[in-house]
Design a protein around this ligand. Structure first.
Ligand SMILES: Nc1ncnc2c1ncn2[C@@H]1O[C@H](COP(=O)(O)OP(=O)(O)O)[C@@H](O)[C@H]1O
Ligand SMILES: [Mg+2]
Length: 414
């Protein structure tokens, strides 16, 4: 599990699984901080693998701080969040290794080729797993058991399917064919890669239908989202599934960095606000349409009462043309946020943001009053369909609370 001390970790960019990855740099630890050296190729063509903080220049660049385990933010993005970390910890325990005892570079080596986006790490120490049978109901149930702190025989299967995933909820990455058949990965002809999400312990039973309803409303409001669907469960509510935008077609990958990684702004502390999201979007993409899109997502999050809007809930993708763009939106669902507030405040307000604050922020970012009003109207119109969509998708348990919150939020917004 541990790399030989002194041997640097090779970082590669794997855009096409049929070809070798291109070397982009090397990483070693010194004094608790990771030291990055870009490859000659990256420096020569001035490729912006990191959008803001670590320019493609010669020499060692130390991580700017210890917030991300002493790693550079864009590399820390490759590590799993709460769910994947839990899986990693459990599996290492079975092998007699403590996760805490591993250095950040050792953890990246464990991710190997299996991470999000297109960054890969060599030597990879990812355990090789057998093919696993995919039964979503069984995987959902075993995830629930694992979240309760109990053991499951399916730990290796869950790790294979979701060990490198982000987010707190249990999830698996699977291949789905056009007719809805689910298989392992996109290796099977005709399968695209999707993420299927299961409930976290505190989620309502109908979180799947709620997230699908939100995805439909977000699209109607002009928000760019990957295709999604509600997969049936044998009993009860279905599972929300979203097509992976970092796997645009079988065997292809796109490099991705979260807002958290790009700015080195931790998700769970109040580090930046929506003004920061819009400024970062302008700095990273230099694209007015992306700034407007980020603004639209803010308006949606406010009026749809999605307060789980922290810095890992927004990402950027590096296109084949070498340009950074705002990634599609994801994880849009009804959520109360910490202490009932948005993670990202709106002009200092996290609890009851108003139209006046949204207008001030939009104007500061160059949006005309007309555009701002149109975006607010589009979001309102889309949300007006909540009851119809919720009924169609079978939302029940959460229905009364969301009806009530949406009405309150709209009234407070003004
Ligand atoms: N459609 C998608 N394509 C690619 N990556 C995605 C997609 N949806 C989510 N992700 C990635 O997976 C992570 C976890 O997904 P998310 O929906 O946020 O789960 P959770 O509800 O556990 O927070 C996100 O932070 C993002 O990096
Ligand atoms: Mg999330």
């Amino acid at each position: 599990m541990k790399l030989t001390p002194g041997v640097p970790l090779e970082i590669g960019l794997l855009l096409n699984e049929g070809e070798p990855s291109s070397p982009i740099g090397r990483l070693a630890m010194a004094g608790g901080l990771a030291q990055l050296e870009w490859s000659a190729e990256v420096i020569k063509i001035r490729r912006r693998i990191d959008p803001l903080l670590y320019p493609p220049e010669a020499g060692l660049q130390a991580a700017r701080g210890r917030d991300f385990d002493g790693l550079h933010g864009f590399l820390a993005d490759s590590l799993p969040d709460a769910w994947g970390r839990r899986l990693m910890k459990r599996r290492l325990e079975k092998l007699g290794v403590r996760l805490d005892a591993l250095r950040p570079v050792d953890r990246l080596a464990l991710v190997g080729n299996g991470g999000r986006g297109a960054l890969v790490y060599k030597p990879a120490t990812t355990p090789v797993e057998d093919t696993v049978a995919i039964d979503l109901d069984v995987l959902a149930e075993q995830s629930r058991i694992l979240l309760l702190g109990e053991d499951t025989d399916l730990i290796d299967a869950l790790a294979k399917l979701g060990g490198a995933s982000g987010g707190a909820r249990p999830k698996v990455c699977v291949g789905i064919a056009a007719d809805g058949t689910v298989g392992e990965g996109a290796t099977v002809e005709g399968h695209d890669e999707w993420i299927v999400k299961f409930r976290a312990t505190l989620d309502p039973a109908d979180i799947g239908p709620v997230e699908e309803a939100y995805a439909r409303m977000a699209r109607a409001a002009g928000i760019d989202m990957a295709p999604s669907r509600l997969l049936p469960a044998r009993e009860g509510f279905g599972y929300f599934a979203t097509r992976r935008f970092d796997r645009p077609s079988p065997g292809r990958r796109l490099h991705m960095v979260s807002l958290a990684g790009a700015l080195e702004a931790l998700p769970d502390v109040p580090s930046i606000d929506y003004d920061g999201l819009l400024r970062a979007t302008r700095a990273i993409t230099r694209h007015a349409g992306d700034v407007e899109q980020a603004f639209r997502r803010m308006v949606f999050n406010i009026l749809a009462h999605n307060r789980d809007d922290h810095t890992r809930q927004h990402s950027y993708l590096l296109g084949a043309d070498g340009e950074w763009r705002l990634a599609p939106a994801y994880d849009l669902t009804f959520s109360n946020g910490p202490g009932g507030e948005h993670y990202l405040a709106i002009e200092g307000e996290g609890r009851t943001p108003t139209r006046a604050q949204v207008v001030t922020l939009g104007r500061r970012h160059g949006l005309s009053d007309r555009t701002i009003a149109d975006i607010i109207d589009a979001v309102r119109d889309a949300l007006a369909d909540w009851k119809v969509i919720a009924t169609e998708l079978g939302v029940t348990a959460s229905r009364a609370e969301i009806d009530d919150r949406l009405a309150h939020t709209a009234a407070a917004f003004g």
